[in-house]
Design a binder for this molecule. Sequence first.
Ligand SMILES: [Zn+2]
Length: 348
Amino acid sequence: MGEPPAVLVTHPDYLLHVNPPGHPERPERLLAVEQLLRRTPFWEALPRRTAEPVDEEFLVRVHTRGHIAHIRDLAASGGGAVDADTFVSAASYDAACLAAGGARLAVDVVLRQEAPVAMAFVRPPGHHAEPGSAMGFCLFNNIALAARYAIETHGVERVLVLDWDVHHGNGTQDVFYRDPRVVVCSLHQEHWYPGTGAIDEVGEGPGEGCTINVPLPVGLGDGGYRHLWNEVVLPLVRAVAPGLILVSAGYDAHHADPLAGMRVTARGFGELSLLLRQTAGDTPIAGILEGGYDLRGLAYSVAATLEGWTGIASEVAEPAAEVREAPFPVASARAREVRHVVGAYWNL
Ligand SMILES: [Zn+2]
């Protein structure tokens, strides 16, 4: 037996973090992913590993002790609201420590060369969480913690964080805004939550040029994303030549998602994943689940991602739907704008 093409990271207690009734970020998301993956060859072919919780000393790689204590104390008191849409339940601190632990395990798997690809199916998500505050359904920034860990513990010199969640990864950007060791590229719906992520937010000081924002006009779909991949994302992967690619894998750009207006299909996510994998070559890839709130769209998109990353056919296909995406010139105009800004720092 050689190494498996990928490893999946899970933990049953990710289901114990709960939001108030009607909240889109709900345990059923992970159950929907698992139910579909059980019908695919991935369930047999890909080993599943169980995350271990991180401790406070791990969280301080990114977060303030005050923020950590706030979340821990709120959970210990039975839970409560952090802001209008971010909540802590009694089990949320432990779940959040396991979510960060899932991201850590995914990094360990790929950097110890147990598999070239790992994907962590965690809750709560992380990319909106800033060093001192929770927001946007996120308590601790799983992917930022994973990036720091890869550098500080595994000695990776440069990490590329690719964030394809439909919302700007403001927390991740904030953590690494002055850090040239972590290049953060976010594609997101423009003029949308959380409001940051303009093209001219490029990083500061030693980190100038290492933040790449690709705000997208509403309505872009598979063709538009593919164009931005070919014009910006894939050239950036080649130019950065990272030792590790971390993907903030959110699926709320799916056409059926209730929280945004993009038009990507599951098949589209599969194509983007395949192109990324081909361009990455020997560079390991670890995906960390972020958003994605249409249960069926989420599950099929995850399966398509695994197909693109492993080369194993998923043998499931999203039911056909009529998806009308924004006209191509919208995507090509945005690609030119981004290339103009990013081209000052990277040879795209
Ligand atoms: Zn999102």
